[in-house]
Design a protein around this ligand. Structure first.
Ligand code: PYC
Length: 303
């Protein structure tokens, strides 16, 4: 079996878009994502994990257009499906330009989390108007820290009183973020309707070049090299709730790679609709090979 792909990075965070994939069953993107998980459970580790990648990668399976949207996508990481992915959307926009399928303009994108508007602004420049984002609870204690629980297409625990320093090694921050994520699950702290919190976002004050810095742990346990589009969306919902950012006001967040996303929001029923703008660059394209004779064709997973 062979699958065609295009790779890109958005602020250092890699995205691998599969441009050929067997048809998935389901009316909605959420149903097709469920079909992917049940019939192709190997795809997560095989297309993103070792030996073809590692747990930093986010993948996307491109779905054909329907009457409801111009194109669809199921984002995933090495462990399973993501509801949405902001950096992946910016990477996908640049990938579709590279393939000659999109030019500068505005398009609708179906995702399991809902409809997203994608604006191709230039060759490497993309913005997205994300799904409804909202804060579910504020000041939730977990051990020695407190955090807001908010949704931006995925569920986040957003923590500012962590006492951590950005000068600390990324591996140490990653380990602490993983431990906090495990502690949230252990204590039964969830998003709305018992949704699993699968991202932890540490936030620091900004400086004269940005409004905030962040460091985000993703469901695979790896840290997001970019400022995380869905995490930025969740944070915007919190800033709006606290009256610290007005609708339409620009907010700039710098991720651990040093690159920034520009963000703003509109008020919407039940929350905010964030707009996130960033840049992505193509890094590779080709075909993944899965040789029937290769005992490790479905990738390596470490316990
Ligand atoms: O940019 O939304 C994002 C994202 C989610 C996981 C990794 N990146």
């Amino acid at each position: 079996m062979m699958l065609s792909f295009v790779d890109s990075h958005t602020a250092g965070e890699p995205t691998r878009i599969l441009t050929s994939f067997p048809s998935l069953v389901g009316e909605s993107v959420a149903e097709q994502a469920a079909d992917l998980a049940s019939r192709f459970p190997w795809v997560y580790a095989a297309t993103l994990g070792e030996p073809r990648g590692n747990d930093v990668w986010v993948g996307g399976i491109l779905l054909p257009h329907t009457n409801d949207y111009d194109f669809g996508v199921i984002f995933y990481n090495t462990t399973g499906n993501l509801g949405m992915c902001g950096h992946g959307t910016i990477g996908l926009g640049v990938t579709l330009q590279r393939l000659g399928r999109l030019g500068v303009g505005t398009y609708t994108m179906g995702t399991p989390a809902g409809l997203v508007t994608v604006n191709i602004l230039g060759r490497n420049d993309v913005s997205l108007r994300n799904v409804l984002s909202y804060r579910d609870s504020t000041g939730v204690a977990c051990g020695s820290v407190t955090g807001d629980i908010a949704y931006g297409g995925n569920w986040f625990y957003i923590c500012q009183d962590h006492g951590l320093a950005l000068s600390e090694s990324v591996w140490s921050l990653e380990k602490k973020g993983q431990a906090l994520m495990a502690e949230l699950a252990h204590r039964g702290i969830t998003g709305a309707d018992g949704a699993r919190i699968d991202h932890v976002e540490y936030v620091w004050p900004g400086d004269d070049t940005c409004d905030a810095r962040n460091f985000v742990i993703t469901p695979s346990g790896a840290f997001d090299r970019s400022p995380c589009g869905t995490g930025t969306s969740a944070k915007l919902a919190c800033l709006a709730g606290d009256g610290k950012l007005q609708p339409g006001e620009s907010w700039r967040v710098r991720g651990i790679s040093g690159e920034c996303f520009e963000a703003s929001y509109e008020l919407a029923e039940g929350g905010v609709r964030p707009t996130i703008r960033g840049q992505a660059f193509i890094t590779a394209e080709g075909a993944l090979h899965f040789d029937d004779l290769d005992p490790l064709r479905h990738g390596l997973t470490w316990a």
